[in-house]
Design a protein around this ligand. Sequence first.
Ligand code: NAD
Ligand code: AHE
Ligand code: ZN
Ligand code: ZN
Length: 374
Amino acid sequence: SGQTSIKSKAAVAWAAGEPLKMEEVDVELPKAGEVLVRIVATGVCHTDAFTLSGEDPEGIFPAILGHEGGGIVEMIGKGVTSVAVGDHVIPLYTAECGKCKFCTSGKTNLCQAVRETQGKGLMPDGTSRFSIDGEPIYHYMGCSTFSEYTVLPEISLAKVNNDAPLEEVCLLGCGVTTGMGAVLNTAKVEKGDTVAIFGLGGIGLSAIIGARMAGASKIIGIDINDSKFDLAKQLGATDVINPSEFDKPIQDVIVEMTDGGVDYSFECIGNVNVMRQALECCHKGWGESVIIGVAGAGQEISTRPFQLVTGRVWKGSAFGGVKGRSELPEIVNRYMAGEFGLQEFITHTMGLDEVNHAFDLMHEGKSIRSVVHM
Ligand code: NAD
Ligand code: AHE
Ligand code: ZN
Ligand code: ZN
C-alpha cells in the first residue's frame, strides 16, 4: 500500500528532569532485520528514572524510555526469520546475535552487535524509527517500551511462550531476571552460603528469590525503608536490617552477624558508598560482592586495596548474566510452572498516560513495580 509509518501513542521524555509527555508519534515500519512490536505492558525500572534524572552519561533527549516490556509481533522486516507476526516477545536491552566475539566467548551475555548505535538512541543503521513532525525522537536501551508500538532489531527480541501473561512476564525483561540471575549466574551462590542484599526494590527482592532457590542458609536484606521488609521476609530473607538503626557501620554489623562476613553480597541501589559497604561485609579470603546498581556520571567506587589482597572479590552483573534469546524463554516457562512469583512485585498498575505517577511512587518508596498496561 506504500504505507511507511504508523501512528503510536507514546510517553516522550523531552528533557532531563521533566515529566514525560503523552504524544502521538510516527513509527516507521521495520527495515531489514527489524521487527515492529505492539507493547502490551511494561514495568517501570529505577534505571528509567536514573536516565530521566539526567545522571546517565548515555542519556539522550528527546527519547522514549522504558525497557521492561512484553509485546506481540505486529510486522516483520525483510529477512527476519526467528519471529513471526503474533509471537509474544520480550524486548532485550542486551541483544544476543550469537555470532560476535562476546556471544561466542562463553564468558559473557554482553553481546555487542548493536550496542554502539543502541547507546546513541539509534537503530543499527544509525537512524531512529520514531519522529514527531519529521523531527527524530531517540530510542532508549534499544527498547522504548513506553510506546504502544516500537521497533527493535530481531536479535533484540526473546520469543516466549504465547500463553505467558505479558502483564506479568514483562518484569522478566529487566528487574526479576537481573536480580535472580546475579545470584544464580554471576555469583553462583550455593546451598548453605550466606548472602547480604543491599536495597530491597524490584532488583534486591528478586535477588532474595535467587538466593532462596540456591539454598542460601542466611539471607540478610538491608534497606533504609522499613516498608520493604515484609515482602523481603515473605520471599525468603532470614534477617532484615535498617542501617539507620545502628550507630556503627553496617558492614561491621553484618560481619558480626555472620561470624566474619557473608559469602556473597549484592548492591541493588546504585549508591557508591553502599557498594563499599557491600564489599566490606564479605568474608575475608573468599567473599564476593556483586554490583548491580547503576551509579551516576562521575561517581566512582573506592575501598582499601587490602580488602581485595585479602581475598574479597568485586564484580558486576548486567541483566543477571542472562543471554536473552537463548535463556529467557526457559525462565518464562519456569515462571509458568510456578517456580517463582511475579504478582507480588506488582504493587501498582496504570495506563500509559499515568506513567509519571509510577515515577512518583518509586521516588516516594511506595512501589516495588508499577506495570503500565498500554
Ligand atoms: P528501587 O528504587 O525499586 O529500589 C532501590 C531500593 O534501595 C529501595 O528500596 C530503597 O529504599 C533502597 N535504598 C536506597 N538507598 C539506600 C541505602 N543507602 N541503603 C540501603 N537501601 C537503600 O530500584 P530497582 O528498580 O530495584 O533498581 C535498583 C538498582 O539497580 C538501580 O540502580 C537500577 O538502575 C539498577 N539496575 C541494574 C540492572 C543491571 O542489569 N545491572 C538492572 C536493573 C536495575
Ligand atoms: N548507561 C549507563 C549505564 C547503565 C547500565 O549500567 N545499564 C545496565 C542495565 S540497567 C537495567 O535496568 C547494563 O546492562 N549495562 C550494560 C550495558 O551494556 O549497558 C552509563 O553509565 O553509561
Ligand atoms: Zn531495568
Ligand atoms: Zn553478539
